[in-house]
Ligand binder design. Structure first.
Ligand code: EPU
Length: 332
């Protein structure tokens, strides 16, 4: 395992922010991970684990050791339960699971990133969240080098949140998934249903592979390609408002919403578009023309520039609508 010094992280984060890591290494086994941890302890360095860098915003140089996770592999426990090592690509796993008659993940097709990152933000799309399929998460406590297995309940999953956002000392080594034996089609998410209604497919007889293809097409239409317009997907979370705050918002603007557990989920993209940001911004960073929740860069910027841009959107939305947007990816 090679440890590099003053490493440019531009090519390992999907916003292509140009900053340096004091040290960097890529690991392929748990043993190499433990070696990297030893190195960080000897030098008294903070550590940061990354997967594909598709949900992370480097706001400045990282004065520690960045460890890129390339731990690959899978163990099929039985027909429903499969353990996937954390460095595996998420979409490839979804594809593999369908080809092996393990159903349910098709709504989560084409989400960028690794399997290990999926529980951290509790990735979700088209009416499904990964937490619905997670049995347990295996990890190493970097402070003690001991293994800890988190049950689903201990993961404390919420909308784009989990226990791992606060317990940063845990490095996820593998995720154990429980999928369905029989197809269980769910296209109740409005834009997905509309997509199939306007397609030639027979909506009553869809197969999981049709949903997988449909979700993939829809994502390609509405989200910018992160290899061309660099981005981390949604830059902001949707708003979850209490009734009073929701009523106040609707006095200012009529918004689409979904009601759940006496709370109101409002698409932040709607407000950002209504405020006039869609397709607008500065030379190096802007709000996507395709989707108002996505910030794109041209790969020629530092972390400070993107933070200032995001802050100007947050301030403007607050001035106009009196609600506070929250950033979705991890800020470093
Ligand atoms: N909208 C606009 N303008 C836009 C985009 C969206 O007005 O430019 C409004 C529309 O009313 C639309 C509604 O927002 O009906 C919802 O849009 P969409 O279905 O695209 O979903 P979203 O709420 O904006 C969430 C996830 C996405 C996920 C989609 C589909 C979050 C933060 N984002 O976006 O996840 O793909 O649902 O399920 O919850 C990601 O996390 O990186 C991500 C892309």
């Amino acid at each position: 395992m090679k440890i590099e010094e003053n490493y440019s992280i531009k090519d390992i984060n999907s916003l292509r922010i140009n900053q340096l890591a004091k040290y960097f290494c890529s690991i392929e086994t748990v043993e190499q991970f433990l070696e990297a941890i030893e190195f960080s302890k000897l030098k008294n360095l903070p550590i940061l684990f990354i997967g594909e860098g598709s949900n992370i915003v480097f706001t400045k140089d990282y004065d520690g050791l960045v460890i890129k996770n390339n731990i690959l592999g899978k163990i099929e426990h039985d027909e429903r339960i499969v353990e996937i090592f954390s460095g595996e690509n998420w979409h490839k796993f979804v594809d593999w699971s369908l080809s092996n008659e393990r159903y349910g993940l098709e709504n989560l097709a084409l989400i960028p990133g690794t399997v290990g990152a999926s529980p951290i933000q509790n990735i979700g799309a088209y009416g499904k969240e990964v937490s619905a399929f997670i049995k347990e998460v295996k990890s190493i406590n970097t402070l003690t080098a001991e293994e800890r297995i988190f049950s689903k309940e201990e993961c404390n999953f919420g909308y784009r949140s989990s226990v791992f956002q606060n317990k940063k000392e845990y490095f996820i080594t593998s995720v154990v998934f429980e999928t369905h034996l029989e197809p269980c089609i769910d296209i109740s998410y409005v834009s997905l249903e509309e997509f199939f209604r306007s397609s030639p497919k027979d909506i009553e007889n869809l197969k999981p592979k049709d949903v997988f293809d449909g979700v993939s097409s829809l994502r390609k239409i509405i989200l910018p390609d992160h290899n061309i317009e660099f981005n981390v997907g949604s830059f902001f979370k949707n708003l979850i408002l209490e009734e009073g705050d929701f009523r106040n918002l609707t006095k200012i603007i009529n918004v689409p919403y979904y009601e759940a557990n006496s709370k109101y989920k409002v698409p932040s993209g709607y407000l950002i578009e209504a405020a006039g940001w869609k397709g607008n911004g500065m030379k190096n960073v802007k709000v996507s023309e395709q989707h108002a929740l996505v910030i794109t860069t041209n790969g020629n910027l530092d972390g400070n520039e993107i933070v200032r841009f995001a802050d100007s959107i947050i301030d403007d939305i607050y001035d106009k609508f009196k609600v506070k947007l929250e950033i979705e990816p991890t800020l470093i």
